[in-house]
Design a protein around this ligand. Structure first.
Ligand code: UDP
Ligand code: MG
Length: 318
């Protein structure tokens, strides 16, 4: 009896779709998604559209969809805040309401066809099911090279392992959503945060489709901003680097002065007074830079305090 009751209660899973000026492809997107959802009828589905300040008719279309299909829910942000913030709004809205949430882009670059596989992994006990995009032929060279440089920098400098070519197409269990909704840091990069969080994770690979419509709405400019944000919010290295440079200058100029003095005294070589002034000056610059590096360390501490990222996350208590 208990078992059959269990089978009657379907798990609720929500697809979170950030939307920024996607009116042209939205119907098509929902239709394709809906086909897959209808075939997975052992879940209680909901599609949460988050209109991130679209200036086209996206919201009108979302409203229409919500009238024709009861599983469509929608939030509209007051202006364009960026995808990361839109997803945050989704997470905070869903906390406590669902068993799992799946982030998916509205441009069909995240194929709904792999949903069954994602769900299977979740049923297997994984709390984060991430996806990895295999090289997409449509993306420009600049983007591909940029992405490669970005990930290799991240993995070197950041204090957390970021999966290369990871996408935002992922499933989060309700436990992860609960923790994520408590994060208060304001500069965020979702992929990085989720990678930082740990939990039981797994990956699925897929090949990205051509973007369904026109150019991506993430301009190169925005992408670069995002990259800088992610570097600075996960690593203090850019700051510390100046300090190291200062230390190096101090060390090398000290050696140089010592050599110059000895040479002068032992009459190996002759240096003009100006040469001494120049080297001493460089030495002072070294002190200044290392001072900056020190300040960077303090700022780093302040930074970690201010973002109030939780010290640890608990997966389970028995
Ligand atoms: N998006 C958003 N706010 C923005 C930019 C994009 O909500 O400021 C949405 C967009 O509608 C899409 C998803 O985020 O559903 C991914 O955007 P895009 O395809 O432009 O990014 P990319 O595929 O290059 O990562
Ligand atoms: Mg896209």
């Amino acid at each position: 009896m208990g078992r059959s009751m269990n089978q009657l209660i379907k798990k609720s899973v929500t697809i979170v779709v950030p939307v920024h000026n996607e009116s042209r492809g939205l119907f098509n997107f929902f239709e394709k998604l809906n086909q897959v959802l209808l075939s997975l009828d052992n879940y209680e589905w909901c599609v949460l559209f988050i209109d991130d300040g679209s200036t086209d008719d996206s919201w009108g279309i979302i409203e229409q969809l919500s009238l024709t299909d009861s599983k469509v829910k929608a939030l509209a942000l007051s202006r364009n805040f960026g995808k990361e913030i839109a997803l945050t709004a989704g997470v905070e809205y869903l906390d406590g309401k669902v068993d799992a949430a799946i982030f998916m882009d509205a441009d069909l670059q995240h194929p709904p066809e792999i949903l069954p596989e994602i769900l299977k992994r979740w049923e297997d006990g994984f709390e984060v099911v991430a996806t990895i995009r295999e090289q997409s032929p449509s993306s420009s060279l600049v983007r591909r090279v940029g992405a490669r440089v970005f990930y290799s920098m991240m993995s070197k400098f950041a204090d957390v392992e970021i999966t290369p070519n990871g996408t935002d197409y992922r499933l989060l269990d309700k436990k992860v959503i609960k923790e994520l909704s408590l994060f208060t840091e304001r500069t965020r990069m979702f992929r990085g945060l989720i990678d930082w969080m740990g939990f039981r994770k797994t990956h699925i690979k897929f090949t990205a489709a051509e973007r369904a419509h026109d150019t991506p709405s993430y301009t190169l400019h925005k992408l670069i901003g995002l990259a800088i944000n992610s570097l600075t919010s996960f690593s203090l290295l850019p700051l510390r680097l100046t300090g190291y440079m200062g230390l190096f200058i101090i060390f090398s100029t000290l050696l140089m002065i010592m050599y110059m003095l000895t040479a002068q005294i032992l009459h190996w070589d002759y240096f003009t007074p100006l040469a001494f002034v120049v080297v001493f000056n460089t030495f002072l610059i070294g002190i200044l830079l290392s001072g900056l590096g020190l300040v960077a360390l303090y700022i780093g501490h302040i930074h970690t305090e201010v973002v109030k990222r939780p010290l640890y996350l608990i997966r389970e208590i028995k």
